[in-house]
Design a protein around this ligand. Structure first.
Ligand code: FMN
Length: 434
């Protein structure tokens, strides 16, 4: 018997459609960025399109220079934002982000279960080890990646133990006997580890529905971590080969961990600039990025490669031999490795390099074209085994977001690749985990 694979579709709530200079458009509604109506409108429309989930990435630092010309990383606290969406939606999954490097596990465990109650079991946790922000948490340097992942592993185990320390089944509400909860089912965890000391139990009971875990780093240890704990990964795959390689590797690693090959759903970021014609889409992309100064792109490339590039001519080919030998002091090895891969394959000129998605677009898969072009690419990658779904990052305008929801998603439904209605009520249901 063959089972038909179905796509999973999420939408980023990072308001990517306002990035670059798109927030300056008259219809951008940028003034709503720090209120709930802006997001509720998007959430309702995403739910009407039956998407699996809304995904709210997060950082815990701000670059004032970047914020002078665009929203950058300024944002509401993701979990508080998600709480306001839980009340205004009924079925769509809601994924929030919490850092294992900077937050205490007790607080994270509690916030997530609180959201899980408020949403009726629709919460997911994007587990991040963070890229920056250490000085906001009493640290001078970012801990090395190995340490961050070891901490993430312990942190995640502690959060899961806390969720089990006061399970939904402990609740009795037995008016006749006066038993509110079964005391035997509520137990401390007494965790004494390298990174956290937590007694427990949690004082928020678990809501019953399991909370799927998302993860993003795709370095060797990042993948190992994903294979052990993740139900889905937010992947940076600039081309189809990167997606196939990542997905095959994660499937093999999951099997080696005693999990099923399907247990880590690979969901690449899908950056799309959509218009009626390809020319209009190209214009939209160019207009969105026309103000992005060369200096900023150069600084981004320098950060990714941990080397100076500013003395080089625009037409200078960048070759592997020019690059520092790993390991680097870089924020994300995932992104650095993808730039190395590009340079090894193509030796682009400096000007080409800084305008490629690997530098300009956080290495996400980029489609600049019509809704049909987007559908063709999604189907191609899905069928080639480069993705189990997508996390949409519509760019350039509200129009691009609208076309994604109103044209791309219905076309996927028409092809039988995506649901026409929800069959379950929790995020785990939507992801096919139950
Ligand atoms: C596609 C992608 C998205 C990420 N999103 C976030 C995020 O929203 N917030 C955050 O703090 N870190 C984020 N990260 C950083 C990762 O959690 C991780 O700290 C970083 O990539 C280092 O791991 P690596 O060496 O495996 O790449 C992201 C990384 C990738 C690759």
């Amino acid at each position: 018997m063959t089972t038909t694979r179905h796509l999973h579709v999420g939408l980023s709530l990072a308001a990517t459609w306002l990035s670059g200079s798109a927030w300056r458009r008259a219809d951008s509604q940028v003034e709503g960025l720090f209120g709930s109506d802006f997001y509720i409108d998007v959430a309702r429309r995403a739910e009407a399109a039956k998407l699996d989930f809304l995904f709210r990435p997060d950082t815990l630092f701000l670059d004032p220079a970047m914020t002078a010309t665009g929203p950058g990383f300024s944002s509401l606290d993701p979990s508080i934002l998600i709480a306001s969406l839980a009340r205004e939606t009924q079925r769509i999954g809601l994924v929030t982000t919490a850092s294992t490097t900077f937050y205490p596990p007790y607080v994270v465990a509690r916030q997530l279960q609180s959201l899980n109650w408020l949403s009726g079991g629709r919460i997911g946790w994007n587990v991040v080890t963070s890229l920056d922000g250490q000085r906001n948490f009493g640290l001078n340097d970012m801990p090395p990646a190995e340490q961050r992942y070891a901490q993430a592993e312990e942190f995640t185990a502690v959060v899961r133990q806390l969720w089990n320390s006061y399970p939904a089944e402990a609740l009795r509400f037995d008016r006749a006997s006066g038993q509110f909860a079964d005391r035997q089912r509520i137990q401390p965890i007494n965790h004494h580890g390298d990174y956290c000391q937590v007694e427990g139990p949690l004082n928020t009971p678990a809501a019953g529905a399991s909370i799927p875990l998302f993860q993003a780093g795709a370095s060797d240890i990042g993948r190992q971590f994903a294979a052990r704990i993740a139900d889905a990964t937010f992947a940076a795959t600039p081309d189809i080969d990167a997606g196939i390689e990542l997905r095959n590797d994660l499937r093999a690693r999951a099997l080696a961990q005693g999990r099923s090959a399907d247990s880590v759903r690979v969901m690449p970021g899908f950056s799309c600039y959509l218009a009626d014609t390809r020319d209009q889409a190209r214009e939209l992309f160019q207009a969105t990025h026309a103000d992005t100064e060369r200096a900023r792109l150069l600084a981004k490339a320098e950060g990714l490669l941990d080397m100076e590039l500013s003395g080089l001519a625009d037409d200078q080919p960048i070759t592997l031999a020019m690059l520092p030998t790993p390991p680097h002091r870089v924020r994300s090895r995932t992104h650095t490795e993808l730039v190395y891969r590009l340079i090894e394959r193509e030796s682009p000129t400096l000007d080409e390099l800084i305008r490629r998605p690997e530098v300009m677009g956080s290495a996400h898969w980029l489609v600049v074209g019509t809704p049909d072009d987007a559908v063709t690419e999604i189907v191609e990658r899905f069928e080639a085994g480069a993705a189990d779904g997508i996390i949409a990052l519509p760019g350039g305008s509200n129009e691009s977001l609208n076309r994604f929801l109103d044209q791309v998603v219905p076309a996927l439904v028409e092809r039988g690749l995506f649901r026409s209605d929800y069959s379950g009520s929790t995020l785990a249901d939507h992801l096919g985990m139950n």
